[in-house]
Write a protein that binds this ligand. Structure first.
Ligand code: FEO
Length: 396
């Protein structure tokens, strides 16, 4: 997509697709790519809202120049968020438009200086402040820690367009369809939820705070910095972000297991079989040695049931299980029904660590906790079946 794409008569999407980065933040896989959405408003004052990752300036510039003639300049650059996937082209843009003022909040200033050596040409705005462009008016709403301390959203009052930075965004490049009425939202939901679970989940309480703060606005379009732009039904994505940030779940179970020689896997499969026999159809069996945590987290964020399964490894759980527990603890996972199973051969340490995680969290630990010595025997597998039954009865 070479040219800018009109969202309204005067508001344009000028973002880019990234199909080259394998890992977002060098952590999270991007098999379907990602978009960095930037926007432009044409008015008596021309405005760009956010930029794109470093290296994508040529594509950004093509889009800007497809709607802004060389005789005109860009008056303002609004910075809603300073993570480098959006701020990486600020200096390149300033070189092209040296009179352009950066519009940002006070928390943004140190980021501009620290990342890019920028300490002039800024217009620092406060919460609720407005900026007149001519026929459009921008209104700034500070939403700290959604996702970083300086994050804010910008509301254009005439069209009801909320430039929401990371909030309401998703993984997955834009494949021709930019707007919600042009894409299969159900098909894209997995990547949107994966983005939420990987990037935003930790900040769920701040998302809730932001949703309350924004509820008074007449939002008619949502223009995030990643993924689909919602011009027809912004309620679709607001509803999902509301549910996900309240940790509202769907009936179903994630079984996350780490097994060295198959004994823990046998127990995990016994629980899975029991769940299926009891009528649970949504079962996600993740071998933590094979499934990237990114996908495990997505499914954990969706479903109410969670079976943690690990062998003991050097007096602890498997390092893969430890990583999962660490992230779930950091995300303050709650409202789940948790079952724990595992194996040991001498000193243990796997099941006890998973139990400690579950007991200190705001989740419910189901009985029985099943720990098998060496390899599961008939009794151990019977206990796994009872655990599956106990979980199923709570979900149905
Ligand atoms: Fe897409 Fe927090 O940056």
């Amino acid at each position: 997509m070479k040219n800018a794409i009109a969202l309204t008569d005067d508001i344009y999407w000028i973002g880019v697709n990234d199909f080259e980065t394998d890992l977002f933040e060098s952590i999270w896989p991007l098999p379907e790519g990602v978009s960095y959405n930037a926007y432009l408003i044409r008015d008596q004052k021309n405005v760009i809202l956010d930029t794109v990752k470093k290296g994508y300036m040529p594509q950004l510039l093509e889009k800007i120049q497809s709607v802004v003639p060389a005789t005109e300049s860009i008056d303002y650059l609004v910075i809603n968020h300073m993570e480098p996937d959006h701020s990486g082209s600020i200096n390149a843009l300033r070189r092209l438009y040296p009179d352009m003022q950066i519009v940002c909040n006070s928390r943004t200033v140190e980021f501009l200086r620290g990342y890019y050596g920028i300490d002039s040409g800024m217009r620092v705005i406060g919460d609720g402040e407005q900026l007149e462009l001519g026929t459009h008016t921008l209104e700034f709403h500070l939403t700290p820690m959604v996702h970083w301390p300086e994050t804010m959203m910008t509301f254009e009052t005439r069209t009801g367009t909320l430039f929401s930075m990371d909030a309401f965004g998703g993984f997955g490049a834009l494949r021709g369809g930019i707007f919600d009425d042009e894409v299969d939202l159900d098909e894209r939901e997995n990547e949107t939820l994966r983005y939420y679970a990987n990037i935003v989940a930790k900040y769920s309480p701040m998302v809730q705070r932001a949703l309350k703060k924004l509820s008074a606005l007449d939002i008619r379009a949502i223009a995030p910095t990643h993924g689909t732009v919602f011009r027809t039904d912004p309620g679709y994505i607001i509803d999902r972000y509301d549910r996900w940030s309240r940790q509202q779940t769907e009936p179903g179970v994630v079984i996350a297991y780490a097994s060295m020689y198959g004994h823990t896997q046998t127990m995990a499969e016994a629980v899975a079989r029991s769940l299926a026999v009891q009528g649970i159809k949504q079962i996600r069996l993740h071998n933590l040695s094979r499934s990237h945590l990114s996908y495990v987290l997505r499914d954990v964020w969706r479903y109410q049931g969670l079976i943690l399964a690990s062998s003991a490894y050097n007096t602890k759980p498997s390092p893969f299980m430890e990583s999962l527990l660490s992230i779930l603890d950091n995300d303050k996972l709650k409202n789940r029904l948790i079952g724990i199973i595992g194996t040991y051969s001498w000193s243990g340490g796997g099941v006890s660590a998973m139990r400690e995680f579950a007991e200190k969290s705001d989740n419910e630990l189901l009985e029985p906790v099943v720990e098998s010595k060496f390899a599961p025997d008939h009794e151990d597998l019977e206990a796994c079946h009872r655990l599956g039954g106990a979980l199923a009865s709570r979900l149905l």
